[in-house]
Write a protein that binds this ligand. Structure first.
Ligand SMILES: [Zn+2]
Length: 1077
């Protein structure tokens, strides 16, 4: 070959834009040229529903309109349906294309009988059954009852690869749920559901596919993406465009054989020879760092736009599809979190769980991950709840898989408690994965890989996938973004790409796995301007790589304290009833464990520690802490039929247990005494002092009540508290001279609440300045003094049919005088607002840069100013039982029994009470609500007194036990020493043989009690635990009660039989001691 002397055929330089745009034509499934391009050859042959080769019949499970869509009769077991059909008890009718099925939330069964033409079978090629009924479905083998694969509807996941068999006869069932992947939202997915939607049968066909054409589709798609998305100045981009165009030139729509020629051409020019093979991931230059690790997952929201009942079916659909994919793709690895979901699967489909899923776990393809019971909210659950999320989650994983997770997997949640690092550390977890923080709408979080340190200093190696999604489609662009958007690449340049359909479940598809093979192949061949993508390295391998390349994590930047999520601040308040029941459930479970532990020790013959019942109640409580349920972002049926009845049942069953335990402890005898479940007030004795007589003075403007400690003035016109004065010192705690609220404390205020989107989730910054004080007062009256309290009742008119009744009372009981609180009970009657936010304000005579908010086992300090955009973002924050605003010499705490939203700015403290979003639950928070809160004015700074008073407001139930048990009961566990150390919970050791726990892992023939304490205010502290139990050994244990962290010394008190256990706690330390006796 030689260079031509004369040019007779001039060539032009292709115009980049035009040649790039042309590429879309080749694989476009619509448009003008479909039949002139590759899609023409996708099928070799196809037979659509004809009731001969493809026979499809259907059976509708009865569904009475208006009835509960989650009751078990609406979702019969597979076994019962298949058995009934075999007995000819069900009427299956012929189905037709476009036929509607429904209504929403009902179940339709299909029976599929296929009769494949012999020449198709003889080809030996993989054949397909295609199905799309716009809803979610699962293929069930009628012989084994095992799920095979799932259909997602509306074009997503529509193919079942038929197992090869010689006679071409197939018979199987499809169970479909009449909802989409994202529920049945009307108009928009996050709107309230249309409960009368019907789902149309779009596709039912057998297909003999052209696998070469399908292969070329993926090849060309990735090549075209490289041509479009690689940097303009890279030769790889230009070459990809040239090759793709030449491929189109080679293609002949009249000649199927040209497909193979196109494939061979592309492969010879741009891919390595392993592009269709899992070996592709071991090719290429090993000296080049991997920049993207692909991890398969499917985020299944445990309830959201669908109920728990549907999630149970989403799990089996999603996971069975994944197990099938694993057989085809050996490199494929998939992670799934949430012990609850595994438990449901085990209950509903034990054979699939044991015979299919467990082997996949053993073969390191299916990875249970996360360690928590559900992917929980971390703002609102109590400290003990978070501890139990890990306790039950990890113990479940250990029991069924023999492993525990060392990664807390929480891609999607609405805020991150500053105690997560410590609780994880105590639960065998030292790594964290999340993603949602990238949704911040004010400040961009600065790291992708970093060390997150909690308030006690414990740290987690943390990664946020740089692609900013946990549901990537494994597009070329997803891989590029994961590589390019890495904010920590000066320390560590790689990131995780979490791929797979998610939120509504689903998971990775064949197409995603094929695309990733091509992307890696292109990188092997053309260098790493195409990121080096690795599939087949698990999450642990990724974190190990981080440690290896960052000097064991020491080189990484640190983020201290909470990871405040700058979004979804309305979730501290939405769905008030669920939040109130959650607080109550947590309190009741604490009380039951407190009493049951002691009763099981005092009356071992007549009382058995109800561990099975407690596990069940905890499981249900933890389930309702899922990150859409407790925050309030689910549709109405979740609250109405599931979460609220479930939590109400927890409360009722706890009450039954408490009643029973009191009977065991002979609380009904004459000689009984009253006990509490708080260590500092356990034995309340019987020496109740006569209350003092309150003094109520009336002036022109005010009623002033005095109990000898405080003077509290209530304005007769506004019903607000205009003064709280310490009688001895003259200190005034209320400020009505300055700031925006000059009306007084307990002033109700309604804010406009129309966020940009996400109604149940968000309340936006601009709402803060659009408000109206409620000053239409119907009545202000003095209440009769009874039961050791005196007070004033105020009735505030909100609208024609909505009122607020608020009772402001002072204790006159002498025992309570040294820590006097102004107690308020507010009943909002018939709250019926639309997009309004009700709060209550307290203008206080305090000035400080920060306020303190109770969080799990500690406090968080947050700014009371708007200096920086990071401070502005915290215009509404989460708290638990109290918020405190203090100067050096004085302060005010606001305590509550069921609320979580708060803000403190300037001289104004503000407790958030009720919202009224209209989506996704159109009736959220409507109705009547009772809320208790207290104002605690105090000398000096925040102290243990606030912590204790907040406990007393919540753990206020008193119990009667026989005097005979009195001192023994109290002396089982006591604590003395620094008062900021709180003895929070006691329970029986989970592995005590005698209690026979379903979560026991290493049964021990001893008696034990676990005692949880924490340091509540942030300072090293000393205390002594005292017990009358015949101690053999005391150990400090981890949160799972599995690992001994420390042997603890103890000594006998010379004067009696008690044992002393001296303890020292770091600032904000959570410690669990196991007493073995
Ligand atoms: Zn989610």
């Amino acid at each position: 070959m030689s260079f031509d002397r004369v040019n007779y055929d001039p060539k032009f330089k292709p115009v980049k834009g035009i040649y790039e745009d042309r590429l879309r034509q080749f694989i476009s499934k619509g448009g003008d040229y479909r039949d002139l391009n590759l899609p023409k050859f996708y099928d070799k042959q196809r037979i659509v529903l004809d009731q001969n080769h493809v026979k499809l019949t259907w059976y509708q499970v009865p569904f009475e309109s208006g009835s509960s869509p989650v009751s078990p009769d609406k979702r019969p077991s597979w076994e019962s349906i298949i058995k009934a059909d075999k007995n000819n008890e069900l009427k299956f009718q012929n189905a037709s294309i476009n036929q509607p099925f429904g209504p929403s939330w009902s179940t339709t069964w299909f029976k599929v009988e296929l009769n494949i033409p012999q020449d198709w079978v003889d080809s030996g090629e993989q054949l397909i059954f295609q199905f799309d009924c716009s809803n979610e479905g699962v293929v069930i083998d009628p012989n084994t009852l095992n799920p095979q694969t799932a259909f997602s509807g509306n074009g997503e996941r529509t193919e079942y690869l038929l197992p090869k068999q010689k006679n071409g006869q197939y018979s199987f069932y499809i169970e479909t749920g009449n909802n989409g992947m994202f529920g049945c939202g009307e108009g928009s997915t996050i709107n309230p559901p249309d409960n009368n939607r019907y789902f149309h049968l779009q596709k039912a066909a057998i297909v003999w596919p052209d696998w070469n054409a399908r292969g070329l589709y993926i090849d060309f798609w990735m090549l075209g993406d490289a041509a479009r998305e690689l940097p303009d100045d890279s030769w790889q981009k230009n070459r990809a465009r040239t090759i793709a165009n030449k491929c189109m030139d080679l293609f002949d729509p009249m000649d199927r054989a040209s497909v193979l020629k196109c494939r061979e051409y592309i492969h010879s020019e741009y891919f390595d020879k392993f592009s269709d093979d899992d070996q592709v991931y071991s090719q290429g230059d090993p000296n080049i760092f991997t920049t993207v690790y692909g991890i398969g997952n499917c985020h299944i929201d445990t309830a959201w736009l669908w109920p728990f009942a549907e999630t149970r079916r989403k799990i089996v659909r999603s996971w069975s599809s994944q197990c099938t994919l694993m057989d085809e793709y050996p490199e494929y690895q998939f992670v799934a979190s949430q012990a609850q979901q595994f438990k449901w699967l085990l209950e509903d489909h034990p054979d699939f769980f044991n015979k299919v899923l467990v082997p996949k776990v053993q073969q390191s393809q299916f990875f249970p991950i996360g360690g928590s019971w559900v992917e929980n909210d971390t703002n609102i659950p109590s400290g003990e709840s978070l501890a139990r999320q890990f306790f039950l989650g990890q113990r479940f994983f250990l029991k069924y898989f023999g492993i525990k997770s060392d990664v807390f997997w929480l891609p999607d949640t609405f805020g991150y408690s500053s105690q997560i690092p410590q609780l994880c550390k105590l639960s065998g977890i030292d790594k964290f994965l999340t993603q949602k923080l990238s949704w911040n709408n004010i400040n961009s979080f600065p790291h992708s890989t970093f060390n997150w340190a909690g308030i006690d200093g414990s740290q987690l190696l943390t990664h946020m996938p740089p692609g900013n999604t946990y549901t990537a489609d494994s597009h070329f662009g997803d891989v590029l973004r994961t590589s390019r958007q890495n904010k920590s690449s000066e320390f560590y340049g790689a990131g995780l790409m979490l791929y797979g359909k998610g939120d509504g479940g689903g998971g990775p598809t064949r197409e995603m796995l094929e695309k990733m093979r091509r992307i890696r192949s292109m990188s092997n061949r053309n260098g790493n301007v195409i990121p080096k993508l690795q599939v087949g390295t698990n999450v642990d391998g990724f974190y190990q790589d981080v440690l290896k390349r960052t000097n064991n994590g020491n080189d990484l930047p640190t983020w201290c304290g909470e990871l405040y999520f700058e979004f979804h601040r309305g979730t501290y308040t939405s769905q008030a009833q669920t939040k109130r029941l959650m607080r109550l459930s947590e309190v009741k479970l604490h009380d039951v464990e407190w009493l049951a532990t002691k009763a099981s020790i005092l009356c071992p013959d007549s009382f058995k520690y109800p561990v099975e019942k407690l596990s069940e109640l905890w499981e249900n409580t933890l389930l309702c802490q899922f990150h859409d349920v407790l925050p309030g972002s689910c549709i109405e049926i979740v609250y109405k039929y599931e979460a609220i009845p479930m939590l109400q049942k927890v409360v009722n069953e706890c009450d039954n247990l408490l009643e029973h335990i009191q009977t065991v402890l002979k609380g009904n005898t004459e000689s009984s005494l009253t006990v509490s479940t708080l260590s500092w007030q356990e034995n309340l004795g019987s020496n109740v002092q006569a209350p003092i007589v309150p003094n109520i003075e009336e002036s022109t403007d005010n009623y002033t009540i005095s109990n000898g400690v405080l003077n509290v003035s209530v304005n007769k016109n506004l019903g607000t508290i205009t003064s709280i004065k310490d009688i001895n010192t003259g200190t005034e705690y209320i400020d009505i001279e300055n700031g925006r609220n000059k009306n007084g404390a307990n002033q109700f205020v309604i804010f406009d609440d129309k966020p940009l989107s996400w109604q149940a989730w968000d309340t936006e910054l601009y709402s803060v300045n659009q408000f109206k004080y409620l000053t239409d007062i119907e009545e202000v009256k003095v209440l009769p003094t009874t039961d050791g309290v005196c007070g004033i009742e105020v009735i505030v008119k909100v609208s024609e049919d909505c009122k607020i009744r608020t009772k402001i009372t002072l204790p006159t009981d002498k025992a309570k005088l040294d820590e006097t609180t102004v107690d308020i009970t507010t009943t909002v009657e018939n709250w019926n607002a639309r997009n309004k936010f009700l709060k209550v304000e307290f203008p206080v005579n305090i000035r400080n840069d920060t306020a303190s908010y109770e969080t799990q086992f500690g406090i968080m300090k947050r700014p009371t100013h708007y200096n920086t955009s990071w401070d502005v973002a915290k215009f509404e924050v989460c708290h638990h039982k109290f918020a405190d605003y203090s100067e050096y010499t004085k302060g005010v705490s606001i305590l509550n029994n069921c609320k979580y939203g708060f803000s403190t700015h300037g001289n104004l403290m503000r407790l958030s009470l009720l919202r009224s979003p209209k989506a996704p639950d159109a009736h959220a928070d409507m109705g009547t609500h009772e809320i208790k809160y207290s104002i605690y004015p105090h000398k000096g700074q925040l102290s243990y007194k606030t912590v204790r008073l907040a406990h007393e407001l919540n753990y206020n139930q008193k119990f009667r036990i026989s005097k005979e048990f009195g001192s023994q009961f109290n002396n089982i566990i006591r604590i003395i020493g620094d008062e900021n150390v709180i003895l929070s919970n006691i329970k029986r050791g989970e592995d005590d043989v005698i209690i026979n726990s379903p979560y026991a892992l290493k049964p021990e023939n001893t008696n034990s009690m676990v005692v949880r304490v924490y340091e509540s205010l942030g300072g090293e502290s000393h205390a002594k635990l005292i017990t009358n139990l015949p101690l053999q050994r005391v150990v400090k244990v981890d949160n799972l009660e599995l690992e001994v962290l420390e042997e603890v010394n103890f000594s006998k008190t010379p004067s009696n039989d008690d044992f002393n256990i001296p303890i020292t706690l770091r600032a904000f330390e959570i410690a669990s001691y196991k007493f073995i006796f």
